[in-house]
Design a protein around this ligand. Sequence first.
Ligand code: SAH
Length: 572
Amino acid sequence: MTSPPAIVILGVGALDTARRVQALYHGAKVHGLQGRVSEADVAYAELGEHLRELYASGTPIVALCAAGIVIRCVAPLLSNKGAEPPVLAVAEDGSAVVPLLGGLSGVNVMAREIATALDVPPAITTSGELRFGACVLNPPEGYALASLDQGKRFVSDLLAGEATRIEGDAPWLDDVQLPRADDARRTIRVTPLAWSGATDELVIHPRSVVVVVDANVTGDALHERLLEAARAQGLAAPSLAVLLAPASRLGDPALREAADALQVALRFAADSDGASNAADMLRQTLRVPHAPFDAGTSIAFAAAHGPLDPATVGRARGKLSVIGLGPGDASLMAPAARAALTQATDILGYETYVKMAGPFRTDQRVHGTDNREEMQRARHAFELASAGRHVAMVSSGDPGVFAMAAAVLEALDEAQADAHYATWSAVELEIVPGVSAAFATAAQAGAPLGHDFCVLSLSDNLKPWDVIETRLRHAAEADLVMAFYNPISRARPWQLDKALDIVRDFRAPSTVVVLGRDIGRPGATLKTTTLAELKSGDVDMRTMVIVGSSATRAFRAAEDGREWVYTPRWYE
Ligand code: SAH
């Protein structure tokens, strides 16, 4: 199972059972119907649409409702032959666990886990599973089936009464009640070698093979050449676990492409090992017992005795993901940011935001810091990443808006003159955007940023106050809607009043102003006022101030009396 399951409930009656299921899966969230379940971790508006979205994104689903409802909801997506996540229906009171979909992605394993926790028998309906206790066609992580079609034929042979031998190491089959016989005509073969096509065997590949390239192997379609070389050795592509290269090639995009195409981990051998060719590098880097395959000096292969943990081979390139968490609410975080948080080995950032991004696994290192020295934090991130760690640097909102992304790039730019530049610039750097406070606040209020606007930070910590005044004057004069970040703080008590004085020189007292405080966080407040009534006492450092243009207007919707603010798309 790749991502933690979404535990979906329709009412509070299911909450107890949902929490018991949640406790089984790290990172799992309880999704509750908006307006009916306020205690859920994630709110959704409509069950069918939500289940389809989860299903399409490959998220395992545990739905605490009738099986029929779940089936009807995802039915439109079922003819699609894509990867199928596990989908289970669980009775609200925990009395039944029914695996529905995802036989090849572990739904029965999940059904057993959940049923055990709820102390009921799982409703397993797969015939091979019933007979053999586990699905032979669903080997555990680290193993891959050579051919699913052949696998299905093989299992039906066993169900029809054939016995099988097992060749190779298949520890997970020890507990399975397979009909075994040493002289059986059928064989389950666990090997990195390619399947010959023989119909009397089921071939399962351990992901045990390291392919190593030296400094000279590069060029287009590298993965095809590596596959060809593997084939020439009789090795099956799914057996490949790791592509190993010298550290001098850390930033080489051809390697990244080849590793992605082969779906293997990309690892690097330290240059200091002084290996002169690929085979040497293998010998020195692969610290588990392995069998070398005869290959050229530029490309070599070795197979470990079982599935290989890539983390034990050499080191990773190192990655720095500078991510935006959005305003706070988990549903407003981009999936790419969530993915970076899940994959990261190290999480770095200002304490409040690190807390917002959590919880984290025990194998993830959290470097929460109250250190406001952003450049220092940026350098720390590069140091960790250039040692092979995957660092997630977190900011609230968008990381490029008055936040860490610019500090990170500045640190890298400044390092150009330094000796460690080569290792820092080899780090894979990505910036993942987020929903900035101005956008989150605007959406709550309506569409005050519906026409030309600007964003300004009122903090004079890093820029002279007269620059701020000049910009304010120009923006006010240009009749731009203005979003103020960092409007006020204990250390900067007078700046906001000064800023408002400048704006009042250009804008009417009736100008609409929106104040959003802690938007997307617990206790959020939204207030609409006017430039005349706005007092700096209404604003603190957790507030977003949006000052409308001359065209910005507010009105109340007749039905619920709710006030909306917008800036029309046209101009007079
Ligand atoms: N990178 C952040 C902004 C950091 S500057 C982003 O893109 O949102 C910090 C300022 O942003 C705060 O002083 C406040 O003005 C505003 N802010 C950040 N989060 C907010 C929230 N949830 N609600 C309202 N304003 C917020």
